[in-house]
Design a protein around this ligand. Sequence first.
Ligand code: SF4
Length: 391
Amino acid sequence: MSEAGTTLPRHVYVHVPVCRSKCSYCDFFSLTPDRLPVTSEALVDALVNQARAWAERGVPPAGIDTLYVGGGTPTMLGDGLATLISALAIWAGAESDAEITIEANPESVTPEMLELLAMAGVTRVSLGIQSLDDDELAMLGRAHGASRAIDAARWVTEAGLDLSVDVMCGLPGQSAADWRQTLDRVIATDAGHISVYPLSLEAGTPLAAAVAIGDAPEPDTDVVADMLLEGAAVLKKSGLLRYETANYARPGQESRHNTAYWTGAPYLGVGPGAHGMLTAATARSAGFIVADGVDRVRYAIACSVETGLGIMPEVTVELLDRGESAREDAMLGLRLTRGIDDGLASRAGVTEVLEGLAADGLVVHADGRWATTERGWLLGNEVFSRVWAGE
Ligand code: SF4
């Protein structure tokens, strides 16, 4: 459901910028504990204070629908994570049926922690498993092995929490059989939601450097496409249906928080490295300088504990006019398998673009909606870039 007309954000993302170690492929903002210039307790206090400061800046939370604490590795906060969730849920007036998600990594969760988090209001855990092959996990620089990951998944469901699992395909040296084995073992965890990401080689990461100098094989795009197709087929057979480019769920287990991102709903971002999106009116009341004609304000908080953790963090801002907001909604909406309706396509001025994409076999039009075909799903970047460019 689109919430584009809603003024106050009903969704909050909080970024916890700490990880036990850095994975070889990762370019997210996170620091290892030895590089974190504050204690865990001070980090929790500062995140809560930054969240509370939004109310003082004219953006009181209005009974939030979703809260997502990501990172980084929020479970590195130990019991402090339950303190953070409790304080945020009270501050935000989380509704009784709010979806409260934490990201977790297997090495830093315990059964006791998960029970504490459930009592603090957490409803859902997004567990970063990535692979269930120990050699692949070592190559990725993950801080856990396969058996710990399976234990952690079991602890999540035993604590009565909804389980979402992240896995990656297209890993250097990963065979079709390896991928199938990880898929089967992930499905066996009984996760109600699974995210499947092809490995992306990000500039400046150790894995990208290893591939560049020939120490690791470059993933083959045709092989990756076959793995994605295999993943979709196997997950579907197990009742997990693809509802977005990378996301599969049993009916009713779709991520409400991420769906808000794809349907143009405003959201607050809190913490260094977090992003947020506000309507122009809300952004003005929060003190952003927003010219007439701007419809939507996207902001990104500095990837720095020194400048991104205070109550007035350093931000970079992107301003979108009404046409750009509509094109953005159309582009993001096409990530969803249900696609977008004719009305949004028309408001965004992309009907002709979609007709061109349909002629190329990348989208299809049926019952007043535009949605990607299987080919359009696999070539999503081409679809999204043409819709965003409006040509
Ligand atoms: S656990 Fe996640 S955020 Fe942390 S280093 Fe690994 S990939 Fe990056």
